[in-house]
Design a protein around this ligand. Structure first.
Ligand SMILES: C[S@@+](CC[C@H](N)C(=O)[O-])C[C@H]1O[C@@H](n2cnc3c(N)ncnc32)[C@H](O)[C@@H]1O
Length: 268
């Protein structure tokens, strides 16, 4: 292994050790840890899964969060099956609010149509492009077009971060969410087993004092999941490793964007 390989290994090892150290001793609320399933959600999982969708285990966990914990104002980053799961759960809970930030509305037209048919759920979707921005966590892609609507419908008691696409990094969504959270809100990060998501998680926890890591399982549902709790502390703790790794990742983001456009052109 070359010097760069050794450095990467040492940094990722340090990151993972820090993530383990961040876990709050209280752990996952019992309601989320239980294997409770809901018939309406199991039907959706049989019919509507795609390669882009949240994992079935994460879908079940989201339903338990909404129905079991009674969380009723939800923000999600990127719509699709997750929107249907969240809205169906809210509907069963006798209603609630779902706000979705989506990169491209054409990617989720069908599930969103079904979400908007649920009369007791106040649902709203906003399309937002990603913009490379400077943030307290370093350089990251942000859904800046969504800031207004995000603010107007908060504070949220549950946030799902399932976007943007891995190589853009999920830092932007995690740092945007913190402005609009109710006290003790839960923030669920999908795909938290992947390296980019681990870095986003590390940078959020290292920088934003109000985030506490309740749960992190890199194997959960085959793709990993992390759950943060918001404890209403907006103070920032600048972190050199967070900023420097975000800057190193920027060329990767740009390369990823080019690859992404090529992939989309292929599908069209
Ligand atoms: C991980 S998916 C999340 C979808 C949603 N939360 C769900 O459970 O269905 C989000 C990312 O997948 C990609 N994506 C989703 N649907 C797509 C499509 N039809 N074509 C291309 N990319 C898509 C986009 O990059 C988007 O940012």
């Amino acid at each position: 292994m070359g010097a760069l390989g050794n450095l990467t290994e040492s940094l990722t090892g340090r990151r993972d050790a820090v993530l383990e150290g961040f876990t709050e001793s209280g752990g996952l609320p019992e309601t989320l840890a239980a294997d409770k399933r809901y018939t309406e959600i199991e039907i959706l999982l049989r019919e509507d899964c795609s390669t882009w969708s949240v994992s079935p285990d994460l879908a079940r966990l989201l339903a338990r969060a909404v129905i079991g914990l009674g969380l009723s104002n939800v923000l999600e980053f990127d719509a699709g099956l997750s929107s249907l799961v969240l809205a169906t759960s809210l509907s069963r809970l006798s209603g609630g609010k779902l706000t979705s930030v989506e990169q491209n509305l054409s990617w989720c037209r069908d599930p969103w149509k079904r979400v908007s048919d649920l009369v007791n759920v106040d649902s709203r979707i906003v399309e937002s492009k990603l913009r490379l921005s400077l943030s307290v966590m370093g350089v990251c892609y942000c859904f800046r077009d969504a800031a207004g609507i995000g603010a107007s419908r908060g504070p949220y008691d549950l946030v799902l971060v399932d976007a943007p696409q891995g190589f853009y990094g999920r830092d932007g969504a995690l740092q945007m969410a913190r402005w609009h959270l109710a006290s003790r809100a839960l923030v669920v990060l999908h795909d938290a087993g992947r390296s980019g998501e681990r870095w986003a998680l590390f940078r959020s926890l290292a920088t934003i004092r109000g985030y506490r890591l309740l749960f992190w399982d890199p194997e959960f549902g085959g793709r990993g999941c992390a759950i943060l709790r918001w404890c209403s502390d907006r103070r920032i703790r600048p972190n050199l490793l967070a900023v420097s790794t975000s800057v190193v990742q920027a060329p990767r983001y740009a390369g990823g964007r080019r690859r992404r456009h090529a992939e989309i052109a292929e599908w069209m």
